[in-house]
Design a protein around this ligand. Structure first.
Ligand code: HEC
Length: 155
């Protein structure tokens, strides 16, 4: 009995500290993983639509104003999604290309996301009008909004 109680006294605090540590870091890692999946999912929606539009502009697939306008609409809708909850503080991980600068300059990061939202809604307005040259220009501006953020905040 004596030996067991000594064992218990010494180990219980150590074990509960360990299990607390483990449970905290497990929940944390799981939340980071979900946030990374979410933000990369949104990015892939952006990319899907940008690619389809630029393929039309480059003549890789036949130009179709209605299809282009639908992609522009989807890009505008996707860039109106709340993206910032996908970047909880310090959510870096091996699966992610997000740079720590995001959380050092979060206001600027957010502003770059808003700039994309504006470029994308402008693109969708212009695409509905259907003038190809103007659509190409507006598409370039949207592409620049992607690059402006990636250059600073993505690996
Ligand atoms: C506000 C900043 C910001 C803007 C604007 C932005 N991105 Fe990103 N993008 C990121 C960051 C940060 C990552 C890295 C995310 C990660 O891996 O956790 C990323 C990752 C990506 C990825 C890789 C996704 C994956 O599965 O790993 C693609 C593709 C992408 N972006 C496309 C785009 C396109 C296309 C646009 C413009 C229509 C765009 N992004 C606009 C910040 C931005």
């Amino acid at each position: 009995m004596k030996r067991i109680s000594r064992f218990t006294k010494q180990s219980v605090p150590a074990m509960s500290a360990l299990s607390l540590l483990l449970s905290v870091s497990t929940v944390g890692a799981d939340e980071v993983e979900k946030a990374v999946d979410y933000r990369q999912g949104v990015m892939n929606v952006y990319s899907w639509n940008m690619k389809a539009m630029s393929n039309m502009m480059k003549g890789k697939v036949p130009y179709d104003q209605k299809a282009f306008a639908a992609h522009a609409n989807d890009l505008a809708a996707a860039s109106a999604l709340k993206l910032m909850p996908g970047f909880p503080e310090d959510s870096e991980s091996e699966e992610s290309d997000a740079l720590p600068e995001i959380w050092m300059e979060f206001d600027d990061f957010e502003a770059k996301h808003r700039a994309l939202g504006e470029a994308a809604s402008n693109l969708s307005r212009i695409a509905a009008e259907g003038e190809k040259g103007a659509m190409g220009e507006a598409l370039k501006k949207a592409g620049k909004a992607c690059k402006a953020c990636h250059k600073k905040y993505k690996n």
